[in-house]
Ligand binder design. Structure first.
Ligand SMILES: Nc1nc2c(ncn2[C@@H]2O[C@H](COP(=O)(O)OP(=O)(O)OP(=O)(O)O)[C@@H](O)[C@H]2O)c(=O)[nH]1
Ligand SMILES: [Mg+2]
Length: 356
C-alpha cells in the first residue's frame, strides 16, 4: 500500500508544497521524475486538489514556434493576473538553452517571474509517447495552484497524440513551410486539434495553408459537403470560406465546436490575444457541452493504465524476481528448448500470482 510507505520528510514536503514554496515544488517534481520513494504517496495526497488548473497542450513540428507562442500566452495571462506553470517535453529551444541568444533573452523575464514556473523534461514513455510522469508533473503544477498549465511537446510520433489526453484544450501549431494540410491530416493532427494556429504568418504561404485547412475541416464536419462542388464561376476559395462560415453557425447551434484556424506571428505577439480568447471560448464550450468531464474521465482511466503498466514493470524487473526467472531460463532459451514467449509468459504468471 502506498500509504504504508511514507518516507521521512515527505509529509513536510507536501505541507510546503501546499503552502506555495517554489523550492518544494521543484523538489516534488524531481521526486516524481526520478520515481523516488514516496512519490506515489505524494501524488495520491494531492489527487483531490486537482482540476483547478486549465491544461493547455501546444504541439506541432519542430521549430514551429511553440515555445514562442507559449511565452506569448504566458505574458498575456500574467497581464491578467493569472499564474502559469509550463512543462516542455523534449524541447530543443528555448527552455533548455538550445535556442539562439535572442530567444533566451526573451524568455528571461518569464524565468524570473514568481507567477511562472518552467520545467523542461526529457522523459518520454517507452512507446515514444508522453510518459506518465509528464502528466504527474502537470498534476503537481495544478496542485500548487497555477491557474493554467501549459504543456509543450514536439509533434513527432506518438507524443502529439498523447498531448490531447493530457490537456483540456489542444493547440496545434503549423507553419507555412511545415508541409501542407494533407500532411497534418496524415499525422492525425486533425483528430486532436481543438485549435489550429498557423504561426509565422509573416512568411509566404500562410493564407494558402489556412484556406486548405479550413476547407478540410469543413469537409470533415460533413456540413454541406457539396456546397462548393457544383458552382459555376465561383472560386473554390470563396465558396469554401462562406460555406465554412455557415457550417460554423450550424455547429454553434448544435453546441458543437468548430475548430478555428488562426494565423499568428509568435515573434511579434500578433494573434496571441486572439488565441487566448479562442482557448477560453473552448473552455466554455467544454463546460457547457459536458465534454470537459468526459475528457477528464478518459484522462483518469488512462492514468490508471499508465500507473498499472509502471507498477508491473517495476515489480517484474526492479524487484529482481523477473531477472531471476529470466536468468534461470537462459540456458534453455539458448538451446531453443524454450521460446522467449514461453519465458515471458512464465515470468508474468509468476509475478501476478505472487501475493504482495
Ligand atoms: N519569422 C518568424 N519566426 C518565428 C515566429 N515565431 C517564432 N519564430 C522563430 O522560430 C524559431 C523557433 O521558435 P520556437 O518557439 O523555439 O519553436 P518551437 O516550436 O518551440 O521549437 P522546438 O521546441 O525546438 O520544436 C525561433 O527562432 C523563433 O524566433 C514567427 O511568427 N515568425
Ligand atoms: Mg520549443
Amino acid at each position: 500500500m502506498i500509504t504504508n510507505e511514507i518516507p521521512p520528510g515527505a509529509r513536510e514536503l507536501l505541507d510546503r508544497l501546499r503552502s506555495g514554496h517554489r523550492l518544494a515544488l521543484a523538489r516534488a517534481i524531481s521526486m516524481v521524475e526520478n520515481g523516488k520513494p514516496g512519490f506515489e504517496w505524494l501524488l495520491h495526497e494531492i489527487h483531490r486538489e486537482l482540476g483547478r488548473a486549465q491544461r493547455i497542450g501546444v504541439t506541432g513540428p519542430p521549430g514551429a514556434g511553440k515555445s514562442t507562442l507559449v511565452s506569448g500566452l504566458t505574458r498575456e495571462l500574467r497581464g491578467r493576473g493569472e499564474t502559469v506553470g509550463i512543462v516542455a517535453v523534449d524541447p530543443t529551444s528555448p527552455f533548455t538553452g538550445g535556442a539562439l541568444l535572442g530567444d533566451r533573452i526573451r524568455m528571461n523575464d518569464l524565468a524570473t517571474d514568481d507567477g511562472v514556473f518552467i520545467r523542461s523534461m526529457a522523459t518520454r514513455g517507452s512507446l515514444g509517447g508522453l510518459s506518465t510522469s509528464t502528466h504527474e508533473v502537470a498534476d503537481l503544477l495544478d496542485a500548487f495552484g497555477f491557474s493554467r498549465v501549459l504543456l509543450e511537446t514536439v509533434g513527432v510520433g506518438q507524443s502529439e497524440l498523447d498531448i490531447a489526453g493530457a490537456a483540456d484544450t489542444t493547440v496545434v501549431v503549423l507553419v507555412p513551410e511545415s508541409g501542407d494540410s494533407i500532411q497534418a491530416m496524415k499525422a492525425g493532427l486533425m483528430e486532436i486539434a481543438d485549435v489550429f494556429v498557423i504561426n509565422k504568418a509573416d512568411r509566404p504561404g500562410a493564407d494558402r495553408l489556412a484556406q486548405e485547412l479550413e476547407l478540410m475541416l469543413h469537409m470533415r464536419m460533413g456540413e454541406g459537403g457539396s456546397a462548393g462542388a457544383g458552382h459555376h464561376g465561383v472560386s473554390l476559395r470563396s465558396v469554401g470560406r462562406s460555406a465554412r462560415e455557415r457550417a460554423k453557425e450550424a455547429a454553434a447551434q448544435r453546441h458543437e465546436w468548430a475548430i478555428p484556424v488562426l494565423k499568428a506571428i509568435g515573434q511579434s505577439g500578433e494573434g496571441v490575444a486572439e488565441l487566448l480568447a479562442i482557448i477560453d471560448g473552448h473552455t466554455g464550450y467544454l463546460e457547457e457541452s459536458g465534454e470537459l468531464s468526459r475528457r477528464r474521465r478518459a484522462r483518469l482511466a488512462d492514468r490508471v493504465r499508465g500507473v498499472v503498466d509502471r507498477l508491473l514493470r517495476r515489480w517484474t524487473w526492479s524487484d529482481g524476481r523477473g531477472e531471476e526467472l529470466l536468468a534461470g531460463a537462459l540456458a534453455e532459451l539458448e538451446t531453443g528448448e524454450l521460446s522467449p514467449y514461453e519465458v515471458g509468459d512464465r515470468i508474468v504468471r509468476a509475478i501476478t500470482s505472487s501475493t504482495r
